[in-house]
Structure formats: C-alpha cells, structure tokens
Design a protein around this ligand. Structure first.
Ligand code: GLN
Length: 447
C-alpha cells in the first residue's frame, strides 16, 4: 500500500531521495511469515517508515542531500535504525532534506525540492521536509527526522503533522551524520500523538557507543496518554506571542490555549527574557560546530572525490568547492570565523555564555509550570522561492524552535488549525528535560 501511494503522489511531492523497495518487500514478506507462525510482534510491527537521509543505513546510500555524499554507502546502521528494525518497522526509503540539515525549507537539497502536500506551491519546511511531507501525503506511516534548531518541529508544523524533538541524549545520535553535535537529536514525525509515543518508545534507549547518550530509565510513553490534564500548569512566553509572530498564527494558538483551559489546565503568561538572543546564539554555535564536523569531507574518507586536481591540496579544495552547496559553505565560513583565534572569545565563548542564560530562563519557568506553549513557527509555510535568497529572513523562522535546542529540552509540534492561506499552523509544547511523558500527554489531550 505504501509503494502504491508513493506511485500516486511522489511525482508531485518528491519527498524521497531514494526508495529501498526490494529490501522493504523482502522484509514485509518475512514479517508476514512470522505472523502466520503466530510469533510475538514487535512494537512497530509491519509499519512502513521513511528515514531522513542523514541517518545512516547499512548498504543503502545515505547522501545528506549533498553531492559530496552522492555515492556514500554506510557499512553499518545508526542505532535508531537498528532499534526500528528490532521493533519490526519496515524501511521504505530515504527522505529529502536541506543539505547536511542546514536550512528550513528543503530548498537547500542538492538534488531537488520537496513540495508541501497541502499546496504544491509551498515549501514543506525543513530541514526534515521530506520526512514531514511523506507522512502528510500518506506515503509512509511515520518517519524519522533530525532536529538541531527546529528541523523536526517546523516541517511538521508546515505540513500539518506531529513532530517530536526528544531531550538531548534520549535518542542515540550514533549514525546520525553530525551537524552541530551539542544540539542534534533524532525524533519521530507521525500523523498523531499516539503514533509519536509508539515510535519514541521504540527508539529511546541508552547507547554505550554514543558518549552523550543519557543513561535514564525510559518511562512508558504510551500509557502516559491518559487524556487527563486537570491542574496542569501552562506557561505562555510573551516573547513568543508578540512582535514577529503572524497575527493569524497567534490567534490559532490562543484558541488552542482556551481548549487546554477547558480541559482543566491553568494558562498564564510567563517570560523567557533572553529569547531575542536565541537566533544569534544558535547561528554562532551551530555553524561553529558544523565547521569542525564537516572538516572530514575532504575527498579522502567519504563520498565523491574531485578528479580534476593535480595535487593533494588542490584535491581537498576542488572536492569541497564542487561537492558542497552555498548554504553549507556559508555556515563553514561563519563557523571558522567565529572559532578563529582572536574572535573565539568575542563570538564562540560569548555565545556559550548566552546559551547558559537561555537555559536558565527555562529552568526558572519550569520551577512553577509543567509545560511551555507557543507557536512552533512565526508563520505558516511560505511559497517556494520566496525566502531562498534571503538567509537572514530564513533564519528568523527559527525563533520559537532554537531556544528549545539550546536548552536541550523536549518539545512537540501538534497541528492546531489552518490559516487563511489554507496552510496548517503548529503549536509547540515544550517540557522539562526527560519529561516527554508530560509533553505527549498534553499534546494527546489537546488533539
Ligand atoms: N533551520 C535551522 C538551520 O537552518 C534548523 C536546522 C536543523 O534543525 N537541522 O540551522
């Protein structure tokens, strides 16, 4: 059914970079046989899944939507992939994204755009645009994305589906191609909150081969979905409901907050005073880490090597010049500059200090509130081409999502209606570290 649906829709949506049909059919057949023998079923038994193309898959080309990795065939799976496999989900294919997860519209893919299933003139968001569009178009039952500054939640909001960024460290990053290692996290994109709880249950676990993986007890996320939020304390940061937020988006969030009140929650305005510094802080730290992480793409160890070069230095230069796209180059230059001697203290260290202040803002609010709610993005999806030549405007779309990554906390985006352009609006629910159970419970009660 998944491949049938893909045949009907993919020409228009273009969510995938590659399909893995032969293996998927073989795996489905194997599961079928297992079922007829009456064997016990895994948590995600038989569910067709799409995987963002920066999560490595054994023997299946993993490109990060970059020309530089167009031929890169990993020799092992990401831990999250192994866990999906063990839960008996079926991998259908690899999904489009902004190159190396840098962007918010999937227009930075080196291969092709992805189109928003609600209206093909619009972007699906990014960087996990293929992951969100594929679920919205009914091609796969769920997908995995990665979120460094909003890349699961923002495309989920733009495509009217559910996207969860877990607490930093809850899901192993082993085999997630690194963008900004102190921020990156893998998470599910699903049609509804219950599915999100199931997929999280399958992928969340301590992983000894990821040194930043947290050794915490994993609660039962599925039984947390009680529908009961009586007495829940909701904080609504005034910085995320004011200037810069589209009035229509604000209206939808206010209406959603009324629903939560009617279910017995108390809703109060709170303040996260350093919010205005979150985007500049993120755009120092993420490019700094990226400039270091992407140094490995030198034409020697991975991917496509430029063959025109006459000596080693030339080869590095040509490989990177030809293999990497303009946004990736911009980030490498920004990051290299911010880390260079003489500027390190002024930019990188300063940004780290501000990151701590942003984290403290959240701690202070969470001392008195269970969740923090606001819009996922300041606008709905925009038209293809509208912002592509204006990186600063594109970066400002991240205002509501990046503070969450800087603080390391979990947050979900759930659909909460449509704007007058017919495009979906997403509401973001953020919680305390490792309190995904509450985040999911609130999202589920609302939905
Ligand atoms: N839009 C943000 C950026 O361009 C977020 C990307 C992400 O979360 N991977 O960096």
């Amino acid at each position: 059914a998944s491949f049938e649906r893909i045949a009907q829709t993919e020409e228009k949506v273009k969510a995938f970079i590659s399909l893995d049909e032969e293996n998927a059919r073989a795996r489905a057949k194997q599961l079928d046989e297992q079922q007829s023998r009456g064997e016990e079923q895994g948590l995600l038994f038989g569910l067709p899944a799409g995987i963002k193309d920066n999560i490595i898959t054994k023997n299946v080309i993993t490109t990060c939507a970059s020309k530089l990795l167009a031929n890169y065939k990993p020799v092992h799976n990401a831990t999250a992939m192994d866990r999906l496999h063990a839960s008996e989900a079926v991998m259908i294919g690899k999904l489009n994204m902004d190159e190396f997860a840098m962007g918010g519209s999937t227009e930075n893919s080196s291969f092709h755009n992805t189109y928003n299933p609600w209206n093909l003139d619009y972007v699906p968001g990014g960087s996990s645009g293929g992951s969100a569009a594929s679920v919205a178009a009914g091609q796969v039952y769920f997908s995995l994305g990665s979120d460094t500054g909003g890349s699961i939640r923002q495309p989920a909001a733009y495509c009217g589906v559910v996207g969860l960024k877990p607490t930093y460290g809850l899901v192993s990053r082993y085999g997630l191609v690194a963008f900004a290692s102190s921020l990156d996290q893998i998470g599910p994109i699903t049609k509804n909150v219950e599915d999100s709880a199931y997929v999280l249950q399958a992928i969340a676990a301590h992983d000894p081969v990821d040194s930043t993986s947290a050794d915490v007890e994993i609660p039962d996320y599925i039984s947390a979905l009680t529908g009961d939020i009586k007495g829940l304390r909701v904080g609504v940061p005034k910085e995320m409901m004011g200037e810069g937020i589209d009035p229509e988006v604000r209206e939808k969030i206010s209406a959603a907050l009324k629903v939560l009140e009617s279910l017995g929650a108390t809703v109060e305005e709170v303040t996260l005073p350093h919010t205005e510094y979150a985007v500049p802080t993120y755009y120092i730290l993420a490019p700094s880490e990226a400039s270091s992480n992407l140094a490995r793409y030198d034409g020697v160890r991975y991917g496509v090597r430029a063959d025109s070069a006459e000596n080693l230095l030339d080869m590095y230069h040509e490989t990177r010049s030809q293999g990497l796209g303009p946004e990736v180059k911009r980030r490498i230059m920004l990051g290299t500059y911010a880390l260079s001697s003489g500027y390190y203290d002024a930019y990188y260290r300063k940004a780290q200090q501000v990151r701590t202040l942003i984290k403290r803002d959240f701690d202070q609010v969470f001392a008195n509130y269970d969740v923090i709610i606001g819009p996922t993005a300041p606008t709905t999806a925009f038209k293809i081409g509208e912002k592509v030549n204006d990186p600063l405007t594109m970066y400002l779309e991240d205002i509501c999502t990046v503070p969450v990554n800087l603080a390391g906390i979990p947050a979900i985006s759930v659909p909460c209606g449509f704007a007058s352009n017919g495009m979906p609006v997403g509401m973001q629910i953020a919680g305390k570290s490792f309190d995904e159970a509450t985040v999911l419970r609130v999202a589920h009660a609302f939905e």
